[in-house]
Design a protein around this ligand. Structure first.
Ligand code: MSP
Length: 505
């Protein structure tokens, strides 16, 4: 069993520009990785899925070779992830030799074992989804995926097959015995229904098409999903670094969009068992960001150009919005009005003003120096908050985690409204004013720590203005004891955290 925390995102097709949907999964993984890092050894993997017909077609349309196309597109993903402060530990590209080597090794191993065999594939193929479809599943002769519905092509070619059907019973038993290994429940149920219907063996090679990893010994290229799904094995050292592999395998959480859950919860564990490896501990199939009821994708991507959104709202505000708006696991609709509202209300007013008011009052009444603490009800009242938030994050309930954090934001704002520091100052009630100002600063220190996985830049800025010199990334549980802020710390009022934005008219 792995001792570390290993989290993955799907690897992204680079047939077009990245959009907000791609950013979403990656940001979620980043929040998990940042939280996990405060506890121990963590590995966070993302990357790009570069083979297959879809990518080759995009390159063809642009008049360049597939490899040139990939080399041109990959930096767009990497720039987007840098913009969002994504702290991945490795970025895998499936065209890298380190990955091609692993895929070929798996293929050979399974062929020797007899789980990969030769046959003829006859059936339909949707190159947009890179998926084989049986005749019975087509809808009016088209791809059955409601988001796609494109024309399918008839394929008839010699092919290598993976004996997926051999693992049908073991999969069903595994699902029954591990009712929470696939979440949410809707995805789990869908997969069980698919298993109960029965699995067919999977064609895992293409002979009339060459943008892929060559089959060892010749005979075409490897099917893009077989190639892509193995990316999770490559950077953790499968078959090459036993110690490293033992540390990270099996993955703790694998995040996927719900449309690709079946590859990750049926094909993937079967392949792993064929290699005598353990299935991931959790596959979480999340919902879609929608626009006018439709999944945001390549064609709708421009409606929400993600680079422009970051420019308008800041990376951290977008991270906050994406995690706060929907329940992770359900679809939610995107609109700039909603982002604006959350930005101005929750970030600007609730948090930003609280921070600014507190530091300004401290500046005015105490020259910016944190006073001595007094009697406080906060320590007791919020003693279980860090643990609660921690549990919610690892349970992938990000919205609830942010709501719980806001309990503290609200309580601090209320404290100002009720105790009225300006009245205490006028009455020269120094003891009460010190106690209040201390609590406000200490609460803000807590908030910086609690929000760091969600809004790393803003949290760091809060940390800096609060005059804290340690590394915020080292601060978590042990730092969350009320009273941890040292009296005498010199704070300094700096830039506004979330400058107010006017709604477009
Ligand atoms: N290349 C495959 C995955 C291979 S993993 C071994 C693929 N790529 S993709 O680029 O089409 O989509 C990748 C992921 O992007 C989806 O699983 C999903 O996580 C995310 N999203 C794409 N559009 C999305 C939305 N509109 N909303 C939320 N997430 C979406 O599938």
């Amino acid at each position: 069993m792995s001792r570390a925390f290993y989290v993955t995102t799907p690897i992204y097709y680079i047939n077009g520009n990245p959009h907000i949907g791609h950013a979403y999964t990656t940001i979620v993984a980043d929040v998990l990785a940042r939280t996990a890092r405060t506890k121990g050894d963590t590995f966070f993997l993302t990357g790009t899925d570069e083979h297959g017909q879809k990518v080759a077609d995009a390159a063809g349309e642009a008049g360049v070779t597939p490899q040139e196309w990939c080399d041109r597109l990959v930096p767009k993903w990497q720039n987007l992830f840098a913009l969002f402060n994504i702290s991945y530990d490795d970025f895998i590209r499936t065209t890298e030799p380190r990955h091609e080597r692993i895929v070929q090794r798996v293929f050979e191993h399974l062929r020797e074992k007899g789980d990969v065999y030769r046959g003829v594939y006859e059936g339909w193929y949707c190159s947009n989804d890179e998926t084989f479809w049986p005749e019975s599943k087509l809808v009016e002769g088209r791809c059955p995926n409601p988001e796609c519905r494109r024309e399918v092509q008839w394929l008839s070619e010699d092919s290598w097959f993976f004996k997926l059907s051999k693992y049908n019973d073991r999969l069903l038993t595994y699902f029954k015995e591990n009712p929470t290994w696939v979440r949410p429940r809707s995805a789990y149920n869908e997969m069980v229904a698919m298993l109960e219907e029965g699995l067919e063996d999977l064609s895992i090679s293409r002979s009339k098409f060459d943008w892929g990893i060559s089959i060892p010994g010749g005979g075409g290229v490897i099917y893009v999903w077989f190639d892509a799904i193995l990316n999770y094995l490559t950077p953790v050292g499968w078959s090459e670094d036993e110690e490293r592999f033992g540390r990270y395998w099996p993955p703790s959480v694998q995040l996927v969009g719900k449309e690709i859950a079946r590859f990750h919860t049926i094909l993937w564990p079967a392949l792993l068992w064929a290699l005598d490896l353990q299935a991931p501990k959790l596959v979480f199939a999340h919902g879609w960001i929608t626009l006018d009821g439709q999944k945001i994708g390549k064609s709708l991507g421009n409606a929400a150009d993600v680079f422009t959104l970051v420019e308008t709202f800041s990376a951290d505000a977008m991270r906050y919005f994406l995690l706060r708006e929907g329940h992770f696991g359900s679809d939610f609709s995107y609109s700039e009005t909603k982002i604006h509202q959350r930005y101005n209300d929750e970030l600007g007013n609730d948090l930003g003003n609280l921070f600014r008011r507190t530091l300004s009052m401290l500046e005015k009444y105490r020259n910016g120096l944190v006073p001595q603490p007094g009697d406080s009800h906060f320590g007791e009242r919020f003693s279980d908050l860090p643990k609660r938030i921690d549990t919610l994050i690892f349970n992938l309930q990000f919205r609830d985690a942010l709501e719980a954090t806001w309990e503290l934001v609200t309580a601090l704002n209320r404290e100002i409204d009720e105790k009225k520091p300006w009245v205490l100052a006028k009455a020269e009630n120094a003891v009460a004013l010190d106690a209040l100002l201390y609590d406000l600063c200490e609460g803000l220190r807590w908030l910086a720590i609690l929000l760091a996985p969600f809004m790393p830049e803003k949290a760091r800025e809060m940390w800096r203005q609060l005059g804290l010199e340690t590394d915020i990334d080292d601060a978590w549980e042990s730092s969350l004891v009320w009273g941890g802020l040292a009296a005498g710390t010199q704070t300094s009022v700096g830039d506004v955290l979330f400058a107010r934005l006017e709604l477009p008219g």
